[in-house]
Design a binder for this molecule. Sequence first.
Ligand SMILES: NC(=O)c1ccc[n+]([C@@H]2O[C@H](COP(=O)([O-])OP(=O)(O)OC[C@H]3O[C@@H](n4cnc5c(N)ncnc54)[C@H](O)[C@@H]3O)[C@@H](O)[C@H]2O)c1
Length: 298
Amino acid sequence: MNRLAGKVAIVTGGATGIGEAVSKKFAREGARVVVCGFPEDPVNDVVKKIMDEGGEAAAYVGDLSHEGVAMECVGFAVTTYGKLDILINNAGVFPVMELIENYPTDAFEYLLKNNIRTAFFMTKYAVPELKKTRGCIVSAGSESGKIGLGENAPYGATKGWMHAFMRGIAVEQAKHGIRANCVCPGAIDTAWTHKETGPMKARHEEMIIDATPMARRGTPEEIANAYLFLASDEASFVTGALFSVDGGVTIAKGAVGKEAKGEAVAKAPQGELHLEHALDGASNMLRGRDDVVHTPAP
Ligand SMILES: NC(=O)c1ccc[n+]([C@@H]2O[C@H](COP(=O)([O-])OP(=O)(O)OC[C@H]3O[C@@H](n4cnc5c(N)ncnc54)[C@H](O)[C@@H]3O)[C@@H](O)[C@H]2O)c1
C-alpha cells in the first residue's frame, strides 16, 4: 500500500477493462486519480466505488481524441488536485477483426482517432505539467505492437506507433526527469477478447489461448500491477521500456498453450480489487460518436 502516496494520476479509459483496474489499484496505493472515459463509460461509478473504499478520485467525461478536451482534462486534474505526476494513456479501441482487403475504412479511422490522437494530445498537454513534478507516462502498448496481429493488422500498427512514440518521448524528456514507458499486454480478460462482447470469434479465442504458454488470458489486475511498478518511484531508472505482461505469447512458437491447459498455471489469480466493469469496454464503433462532450465532475 501507499506506493503512490502523494501522487496525482490521470487514467484515460479508466472506467472499464484494464483501465478500471489501474484506477482502483492506483487509488489503493494512495494516488488521487482522475478517471476519464467516454460519456457511455461507467466513469462516475468507478469514482464512487473508489471514494466508498476511502480513496480519492474525480471524474472527467469526454472524448479525449479532441484537442480541446484533452487540454481541458489535464487542466481539470491540475485545478482539482494542484499538480500532475502520472499520465496513463490507456484509452483505446478494438473495433473489428477483419482481413486487410475487407478492412472497413471507418474502422481504420476510428483506430487512428482513439488509439493515436488521444495519446498524442494527452501527452502533449501533460508534459508541461509533468516537467514540474518530474513525473512519468505509462502507455498501453501491446504484444500485437511487437509481433503484429493477423486479422487486425491496423490495430497492431497503432500499438507499434505507441511503442515508438513513448520511446521518443523517453529520450527527449529524460533531461526534465520525465520517464515514459509502455505496458505490453497479451490477451487480457476484457470485452475485446470474448466473442460475446467483442469482435473476436470462437476460433480467435481458441487461437489466443493456444498461442500463450500460460494457456489463459491475463487479468486486468495483473496488467494494473505492471502499470503500478512503472508509475512508481521504484522504476526510477526505467524509461523507454516495452514491458511485456503477456503470459509468454511473444516468445512462444506454435500452439504451446495446449501443453499447459488444465495445469495450475492456466488458472488466473484471484486478485484483491473489486472489478465490476471488466467486460464493459468499447467493442464496437458506437462510443464517442456524439459531438464533443466534456463534463468535469461537479
Ligand atoms: N484487452 C486486451 O487483450 C489488450 C491487449 C493489449 C493491449 N490492450 C490495451 O489496453 C488498453 C485497454 O484495453 P481494454 O481491453 O481494457 O479495453 P476497454 O474497452 O475495456 O477500455 C478502453 C477504454 O478506453 C475508452 N476510450 C477509448 N477511446 C476514448 C476516447 N477517445 N476518449 C475517452 N475514452 C476513450 C473506452 O470507452 C474504454 O472505456 C487499450 O489501449 C488496449 O489497446 C488491451
